[in-house]
Write a protein that binds this ligand. Structure first.
Ligand SMILES: *Cc1c(COP(=O)(O)O)cnc(C)c1O
Length: 393
């Protein structure tokens, strides 16, 4: 079995490029050029240099001793929380903005839900001196005001999406509309392993630096490149794709994907896309998504803003249906508990997204000498208010 994308842009039956005809030339240009451009020596040099000096890579692979003792197994944390801007998302936006420059684009658009991808995009636009327009649902703008302020401070223009539910999917529609109207000079930076081919593969490749580093670091620490399990939370799936990437086709490495169950799988307030989703098309890609019986996309819910995406990337849809990945859903309450536990056992306050991944240790039993590498996708500063309200701190 091959769990990477095939030459037609599919992961099993998922993926492809279901886009308005007007966008075809741009997506096709990207498809024809992304592998070639990103393989060029000058691209790799600039990308690697920025990852090192600007993002702060390699991020540490940290053996969590007290957490490991508590669960009687060996837990390593891949510290993406230590990346510049506080999460893994910047690995991808740096890669895409370098690509956009080489394609001769001068105007960058993006959509954002919680605002994290908007901030990562605005950051690299400031770095490169490119115009930046971020579409964001009107409701999300109200809910995520610190991130809106960050984007503005970084020089981006934040445009509210006022149609529909005024959240992420509406912002996505606005971004696509903008792209159709500005095909020549505009590049669309997508923030996860979603969207039409080649975006999922391209984003996975940019994030694959995570597992590339894990292999070297684990070899140093444990004299083996391969852990027994890699674990990550899944919203769209980009941090997960990054830590799975170099292990996808090695069946000896177990893949664990953690989705947000919200208030519970059957509560109607959830974002457990793989379990609850059905095949459909979202954001230009055929994948699993949460929808009503007549195919309307349902609004997802999670206490963690970064996980409440109604779909999941096509790579993950395939990992789920093929059985290659073990998918677990974690409720708000269990995630919050795990976030508090990591803070007090290791002195690391995680993003609530990452707390979902951490909660698996209460759900799954591992062997004493199992080596588990968990991707700590982000730091908890942005979530402090949610922690404060939840724990009445
Ligand atoms: C955005 C975000 C996620 C979810 O996105 P993926 O594409 O699934 O990785 C997870 N963790 C953090 C900290 C995020 O900011």
């Amino acid at each position: 079995m091959n769990y990477n994308v095939d030459e037609k842009g599919y992961y099993g039956e998922f993926g492809g490029a279901y886009i308005p005809e007007m966008l075809y030339p741009n997506v096709e240009e990207l498809r024809q050029q992304y592998l070639q451009i990103t393989a060029e020596e000058s691209f790799q040099k600039e990308f690697r240099q920025l990852l090192k000096d600007y993002v702060g890579r390699p991020t540490p692979l940290y053996f969590a001793k007290r957490l490991s003792e508590k669960y009687n197994t060996k837990i390593y944390l891949k510290r993406e929380d230590l990346c510049h801007t506080g999460a893994h998302k910047v690995n991808n936006t740096i890669g895409q903005i370098l690509l956009a420059k080489r394609l001769g684009k001068t105007r960058i658009i993006a959509e954002t839900g919680a605002g994290q991808h908007g901030v990562a995009t605005a950051t690299v636009c400031a770095l490169m001196g490119l115009e930046c327009i971020v579409y964001m649902g009107e409701i999300d703008i109200q809910r995520q005001s610190p991130n809106v302020a960050r984007m503005k401070m970084l020089g981006a223009k934040v445009i509210p999406a006022t149609s529909g539910s005024k959240t992420l999917k509406d912002a996505t529609n606005e971004a696509i509309r903008d792209w159709i109207n500005n095909l020549i000079d505009t590049y669309y930076i997508i923030g996860s392993v979603v969207g039409p081919h080649p975006y999922p593969d391209m984003v996975a490749r940019f994030q694959s630096v995570i597992s590339e580093e894990v292999k070297k670091q684990l070899l140093e620490k444990e004299k083996r490149e391969n852990p027994d399990y890699v674990v990550a939370c899944v919203g769209g799936g980009s941090n997960a794709a990054g830590i799975y990437y170099h292990y996808l086709n090695n069946p000896k490495v177990g893949i664990i994907a953690v989705e947000a169950a919200g208030k519970g799988i059957d509560s109607g307030e959830s974002a457990a896309t793989s379990v609850l989703g059905k095949m459909g098309i979202i954001h230009g890609s055929k994948t699993l998504l949460m929808q009503t019986p007549d195919g309307q996309i349902t609004e997802p819910y999670s206490i963690s803003a970064g996980l409440d995406y109604p779909g999941v990337g096509p790579m993950h849809a395939h990992l789920y249906t093929s059985g290659r990945g073990k998918f677990i859903s974690i409720t708000d309450d269990d995630a919050m508990k795990a976030g508090m536990e990591l803070s007090q056992l290791e002195g690391i306050i995680p993003a609530i997204e990452s707390s979902h991944a951490l909660a698996i240790f209460e759900e799954l039993k591992f062997k004493k000498d199992d080596i588990i590498v968990l991707n700590l996708s982000g730091r908890g500063d942005k979530d402090l208010n949610t922690y404060i309200n939840y724990f009445k701190l």
